[in-house]
Design a protein around this ligand. Structure first.
Ligand code: SF4
Ligand code: SF4
Length: 303
């Protein structure tokens, strides 16, 4: 069982330029309380470790068939096939695959081990006014672990950012906020029914947390993924504007066009049926949305 001294992460991305000011190291934590249909990090949605299978690396050798006691792997007509619902997460197969086709996504890490890695890039942070961003997934689902990491970083005067979708009880924010310099807060969809349909979660708590966060002494950047045919229309744009013009402490609002970089990950995780099929909005569309928000009084909208 994990406690606050051990977290589960998928990746540590160094030299990131998109997750706050300067050069940053971004830590992707595993587990999310939403399941957005466009998510480009589907490996972070489950809070548990899981198998990744890269079909293009598979040599159909059959070693995994012998290793898996549950019979999740088969060789059919000389070709490897995996039955995802048979996998119980023991991962005997990954060690048997010598071609890198099977791997485990998610690893446990202690606060000390993570901080030791993050601190290695301190010189880059200092030079660029950058720092560390905790992202995911939803980092606030591991709030005790994150608080311990952030506290250690603040002791070393490293700038810290939290990237959150906000769908957690407020007490989780309270655990972390003393150690956070900047919150990157996702406002995805304002229409409650559309939000539920597209993310699997209610937005009531998210919007309530956003309002509360705006009254705290912390810098905020709002991030909105723009998904063509979902939240790029005038009604959603105006409802989002209504929320943002009342908000204080907002440094800027970033509109992020949907991109399809994560699409290939779905099949590799046994989630083919959930593969997103959205289009990227055109640059003109993005500018039109930004202009509409600016014209109605939202400051610092950037695309
Ligand atoms: S909140 Fe982020 S990580 Fe979670 S499902 Fe949505 S896009 Fe993916
Ligand atoms: S062990 Fe790896 S390479 Fe061999 S069949 Fe299984 S997945 Fe393919």
């Amino acid at each position: 069982m994990r406690n606050g001294s051990i977290g589960i992460i998928t990746n540590i991305q160094r030299f990131s330029l998109d997750d706050g000011p300067g050069i940053r190291t971004t830590v992707f934590l595993k587990g999310c309380s939403l399941a957005c249909r466009w998510c480009h990090n589907p490996e972070t949605i489950s809070g548990k470790k899981q198998i990744q299978y890269l079909a293009e690396s598979c040599k159909n050798c059959g070693s995994c068939v012998a290793a898996c006691k549950r019979g999740a792997h088969q060789i059919e007509n000389g070709r490897h096939a995996i039955q995802w619902d048979m996998c119980t997460g023991k991962f005997d197969c990954t060690g048997a695959c010598f071609y890198g086709a099977l791997s485990v996504i998610g690893r446990e890490i202690t606060v000390e081990a993570l901080c030791e890695q993050l601190i290695r890039d301190e010189a880059f942070y200092d030079h660029s006014e950058g720092g560390v961003t905790l992202s995911g997934g939803e980092p606030l689902l591991q709030s005790d672990f994150c608080a311990a990491v952030l506290r250690r970083l603040k002791e070393l005067n490293i700038h810290t950012a939290l990237d959150t979708a906000g769908n957690v009880p407020w007490v989780k924010f309270e655990t972390l906020l003393p150690w956070v310099d900047l919150v990157l807060f996702d406002i995805k969809i304002i229409d409650p029914d559309l939000h539920r349909k597209m993310t699997g979660g209610n937005n009531h708590l998210i919007l309530e947390n956003f309002e509360r966060l705006c009254r705290e002494n912390v810098a905020i950047r709002v991030r909105t993924p723009i998904i063509e045919g979902v939240n790029d229309g005038e009604t959603e744009t105006d409802r989002r504007t209504d929320v943002l013009i009342k908000a204080e402490n907002i440094q800027k609002t970033e509109l992020l066009p949907y991109h399809s970089y994560g699409v290939g990950k779905y099949a590799a995780l046994g989630m083919s049926e959930k593969t997103p099929a959205f289009k990227t909005p055109s640059p003109e569309k993005m500018q039109a949305i930004a202009s509409r928000m600016r014209n109605r009084g939202v400051a610092n909208v950037v695309v």
